[in-house]
Design a protein around this ligand. Structure first.
Ligand code: NAD
Length: 350
């Protein structure tokens, strides 16, 4: 296969293929753009069926990180890495040692963080061998305790203020009191988001594939539990995907009664054309990488000296960024995703 001519290769500065016979490491590290700063992005470990699949994944994801960090106003570029293998059976200290050496060879051009198949514990292990790791610092919580690396609370806060911005723009309301929200996935981010929505007076419909998550949402937040396939067609104001990607597609769009799609999941649109279809139907879409940037903002503050008040203010800035995107999209009659991309490019392209 020819990597340079792949559509996903688009403007990548550097793609490094790493292998280490002794540990079995096979990894790809992609630096999409570093104009604004070092490329930061997750390290995913996954048993990809082919090298092509791994290359597509890492290129697509690293490019996405450039746009996410640029729009979040961070001095970071975009990058991502993938380790080809099964995280349950193939991960070993020797493999992580070899990956740490690869990070050191890049000398800080790429900074790794936790992603699917890797954990905060893995990142802490790497951090003993390289400085080029993020998402590892224990941080204070509201309750006076600490949390380890996990950026989910910041992601949930950003998604919450993003929903408020969408409700303001689409429904003309400053308050979430009585607003009906369907949350798909009440895991780390989704449950925290649901708690904030509940506290703000919103009414909740939730789904998940784990019964304990559902029982908790029902008992603590008075949420109405629905089956996974039924979440799209609920009679609500907001659909908040917080589980999977590609959930906005040809099958689900006709089911949507919500006038807003705003949630934390990555890559919500199956294809870019689905953003145009939402617009055509008068459904306001909060571009995923804008509304879910709380996590990367959290990781950034960890590297610049953790200042909780500044972090929260920065995450809350997602409200203003989204309002600007909604306004421009409405004036220019363009899908919100296109407007977000153009705004990001104006920041990171030289
Ligand atoms: P999580 O695994 O804690 O939660 C996902 C939840 O979705 C789980 O409870 C799972 O049971 C449920 N789920 C899985 N398949 C489902 C299905 N078919 N229908 C309904 N529910 C289903 O993950 P998370 O950290 O909360 O992340 C949620 C989403 O947000 C992911 O797409 C993730 O990529 C994205 N995101 C997370 C962060 C973060 O800081 N954690 C940052 C940016 C983006």
């Amino acid at each position: 296969m020819s990597v340079f001519s792949l559509r996903d290769f688009a403007d990548h500065e550097q793609v490094v293929f790493v292998s280490d016979d002794a540990s079995g490491l096979k990894a790809i590290i992609a630096v999409h753009n570093s104009n604004l700063g070092p490329a930061l992005g997750g390290c995913r470990m996954w048993p990809y069926a082919s090298e092509e699949e791994a290359i597509h994944d890492v290129l697509r994801l690293s490019r996405g990180m450039t746009y996410k960090s640029a729009l979040a106003g961070l001095k970071l570029g975009g990058g991502k890495s993938v380790i080809i293998g099964n995280p349950r059976t193939d991960k070993s200290p020797a493999l992580l040692d070899a990956f740490a050496r690869a990070l050191n060879n890049l000398n800080g051009r790429y900074i790794a963080a936790e992603d699917s198949g890797t954990s905060v514990a893995d990142m802490k292990y790497l951090a003993e061998r390289t400085a080029h790791v993020a998402g590892i610092v224990d941080k204070p919580t509201d309750g006076g305790g600490t949390r380890s690396g996990d950026p989910s609370p910041a992601t949930a806060l950003g998604t919450f203020v993003g929903i408020k911005a969408a409700v303001k723009a689409q429904l003309g309301r400053d308050s979430l009191d009585g607003v009906r929200v369907a949350v798909q996935g009440v895991g780390n981010v989704g449950f925290d988001l649901a708690q904030q929505l509940h506290a703000a007076g919103a009414k909740l419909w939730v789904t998940d594939i784990h019964q304990d998550n559902l029982s908790r949402a029902e008992a603590e937040l008075g949420a109405v539990v629905v089956a996974p396939d039924a979440i799209y067609g609920q009679d609500v104001d907001v659909f908040a995907p917080c589980a999977l990607g590609a959930v906005i597609n040809d099958q689900t769009i006709p089911q949507l009664k919500a006038r807003i799609v705003a949630g934390a999941s990555n890559n919500q649109l199956a294809e870019a054309r689905h953003g145009s279809e939402l617009m055509r139907r008068g459904i306001l879409y909060a571009p995923d990488y804008v509304i879910n940037a709380g996590g990367i903002i959290d990781v950034y503050y960890e590297r610049t000296g953790f200042d909780r008040a500044a972090l929260l203010a920065h995450v809350e800035g997602i409200y203003g960024t989204l309002l600007e995107i909604f306004e421009r999209a409405s004036t220019e009659q363009r899908p919100t995703g296109e407007v977000a991309d153009a705004l990001a490019e104006s920041r990171f392209k030289r």
